[in-house]
Design a binder for this molecule. Sequence first.
Ligand code: FUB
Length: 307
Amino acid sequence: SLLCPNQATATQRDTTINTNGNPLFSHKYTADPAALVYKDKVYLYTGHDVPPVKREGYVMHDWLVFSSEDMVTWTEHPVPLTVKDFKWAKDDAWASQVIERNGKFYWFATVSHGSIHGKSIGVAVADNPLGPFKDARGSALITNDMTKKAKISWDDIDPTVFIDDDGQAYLFWGNTTLHYVKLKDNMTEMDGDFKEISVPNFTEAPWVHKRKKWYYLSYAYQFPEKIAYAMSRSIHGPWEYKGILNEIAGNSNTNHQAIIDFKGKSYFIYHNGGVPTEGGSFRRSVCIDYLKYRRDGTMKRVVMTTE
Ligand code: FUB
């Protein structure tokens, strides 16, 4: 049951939530999942939809964090990051990802810029996965005026960050056009120019992961979104398109995946609009299903257990 839709009050202390199938949580709307495995726990970072019922459009002001040792019992922690933590940002806590490097946690997040037109990407940093996170730069890392081909104001969104086995970090991001760039060791500056990647029907929500010797680039495909993916032997490509990984997720135009391995199993984490009766494209809910790989490294289509 939906205990408190649109939950105006922020969680002040840790709260335990026992989940029972998908969607995971029904006490608040969660979207754009990103997961981090660190020291035997999974940390699930999500966006937070709070539009009034029947209102169309994203209303998102902060991000949430949940942790679990078994993917069933979750602890919700106090709000770790809000748009206000980026002084230069206006609003719109869109998709994000947190990654660990040398004991620090870097949170790459989409927001609307306060003085530069369009969406931007900022970086926040903390000493532990629950925060508190603080703006690491005092300015945006990526802004809409840097990618000059932009015809839309929301093409610089949805960061995914990946650290290769040699320690080199990369940031991938985009809507309509997919970009990637090397990051310096400090994780807060670009190292060189960014490049474009071409994959079929790229909409947004890239997620890069590596398993065995394969690099995987999954992304939202078309609109309403399915999730498709490509594989490569190198982080620099060429990326070979492998097809659809997940179908349109119930009652939501967006789908936004994260992929992790945790305690010997692989998981596909995404959102749908499945919370009755007011869930939908702007009131989304995170779901988790198993992900299966074939022997040749390709991924099987996800079976959404809510559908
Ligand atoms: O949540 C706002 C936007 O919707 C995200 O940045 C996209 O990935 C889509 O899920």
